[in-house]
Write a protein that binds this ligand. Structure first.
Ligand SMILES: [Zn+2]
Length: 432
């Protein structure tokens, strides 16, 4: 195992303690694994949520007990959690086995399931919903927390963005030994990461911010923030920190490393995610040279970025679920292929579709666009106001028939994406 000492506390480098689970915790874990297996067997899904839930019902301390002795990296933020956690897991895997909630079950139950399925893994990489960081961190005492960005999402479920940043700041203050890898370009993230100055060590990454609609005013004092090409600041003193990592010409750079990224994942936003992953890997004691090579192997992340051949069409599957997600994805869309947009508004998406009005659909005027999904009508109204000629076809597979042969970009929000993949999976073989 290659271990670099840069950025790692002595405690983080100590050998992982063997988890001594009590008999009741072992019963709870076993019950969870059996339940997850049954769920998979019945075709009800991956089973990690129900399995983790069963374990937690039987033993409320299961997450803490399963995490004991591991070096845990928590990945959170509004957008890019799943992709970045896959990149971090690939990087950390160069140093040893990793427990990872790869399917994106990002609350305590998903974390329990991931740890239960990899009982001997020395490392854990846990994607955690930003509203659940405090509870999960309390249980797992992470070595590293990665904070990608904070913007509006699921308007009816999540609280206001500034309140989320404050809650994250309080959570981090409870973990003075944790290294925070944070996006220097997002004022909300900086506010959260510096809420308890001196309590945590912070590694700043110039990861960019594709949408700043929630950061026009200072999260600390409410005054208007001033943005220039390379800096933002407020008169109260909150300002962009000097980055420890940045991207230059497709390379991830720090004071002592210049690493070509050469990743398969598309778009500027994934170069940022990869740089965050390298900073996290270094913070947990992994050689960044080996980590950078490992990042190149990541291509499809929980179905995202996959290309599915269906009839005469090649469908590129992308997920975007809020205005910032759409803004970050714009750099992936490239040439103006036909575009199928699928929007649902179930609980996991947020019932409120008003976020569609913050997305810059006006940029797609030169594409053939079809609005689809359970909320195709809401999307159709938005596209009409954007001046886009489009069709509205609620059933996504029927909608595909209205588009020409060749390459088609398919962008869906959360449940729409997984619903679409399942339907394709039943009739198609996925090709990469
Ligand atoms: Zn201020």
């Amino acid at each position: 195992m290659v271990v670099r000492t840069s950025g790692v506390s002595p405690a983080a480098l100590s050998p992982p303690g063997r988890r001594r689970l009590g008999w009741w915790t072992r019963v709870a874990v076993r019950a969870g694994l059996v339940t997850a297996g049954l769920s998979r067997g019945l075709g009800l899904g991956a089973g990690s949520i129900i399995g983790g839930r069963v374990t937690l019902v039987l033993d409320r301390q299961a997450l803490r007990r399963l995490a004991t002795g591991r070096r845990v990296v928590v990945v959170s933020g509004t957008n890019g959690k799943t992709t970045t956690s896959h990149l971090v897991a690939a990087a950390v895997r160069t140093a040893g086995p990793v427990a990872h909630n790869a399917g994106g079950s990002n609350m305590a139950d998903g974390a329990v399931a991931a740890l239960a399925e990899a009982p001997d893994a020395e490392y854990a990489v846990l994607e955690v919903d930003e509203l659940h960081v405090a509870a999960v961190a309390q249980a797992v005492d992470p070595a590293v927390v990665v904070l990608l960005n904070l913007t509006r999402d699921q308007l009816d479920r999540a609280t206001e963005v500034g309140a989320i940043a404050s809650a994250l700041g309080r959570a981090l203050a409870d973990h003075p030994g944790t290294v925070v890898v944070a996006n220097a370009d997002d004022p909300m993230v900086v506010s959260a990461a510096t809420a308890a100055p001196g309590a945590t060590r912070t590694v700043w990454v110039a990861a960019g911010a594709s949408w700043l609609g929630d950061a026009t005013t200072c999260p600390r004092c409410g005054c208007t923030l001033t943005f220039t090409a390379s800096r933002w600041e407020c008169e109260c003193g909150l300002a962009r920190p000097t980055p420890d990592w940045w991207i230059d010409g497709g390379k991830a750079c720090s004071a002592d490393a210049v690493l070509p990224l050469d990743i398969q994942l598309p778009g500027q936003v994934n170069l940022s995610n990869a740089t965050m992953a390298l900073a996290a890997a270094q913070a947990v004691g992994v050689s960044v040279d080996r980590a950078a090579l490992a990042l190149r192997e990541v291509d499809v992340v929980a179905g995202r970025y996959a290309v599915v051949h269906r009839g005469s069409q090649d469908l590129r599957l992308l997920l975007a679920k809020n205005p910032a997600g759409w803004a970050g994805m714009s750099s992936m869309l490239g040439e103006p292929r036909p575009l199928l947009i699928i929007i649902n508004a179930r609980e996991a998406d947020g019932r409120d579709t008003s976020w569609l009005w913050d997305v810059n659909f006006e940029q797609f005027t030169c594409r053939q666009v079809v609005a689809s999904g359970e909320r195709a009508a809401d999307l159709g109204v938005r596209l009409s106001y954007a001046g886009l000629e489009h069709q509205t076809v609620p059933d996504p597979l029927t909608a595909l028939a209205t588009l020409p042969a060749g390459q088609v970009d398919v962008v869906a929000n959360y449940t729409a994406f997984h619903q679409f993949r399942r339907r394709l999976g039943r009739e198609q073989k996925v090709t990469r």
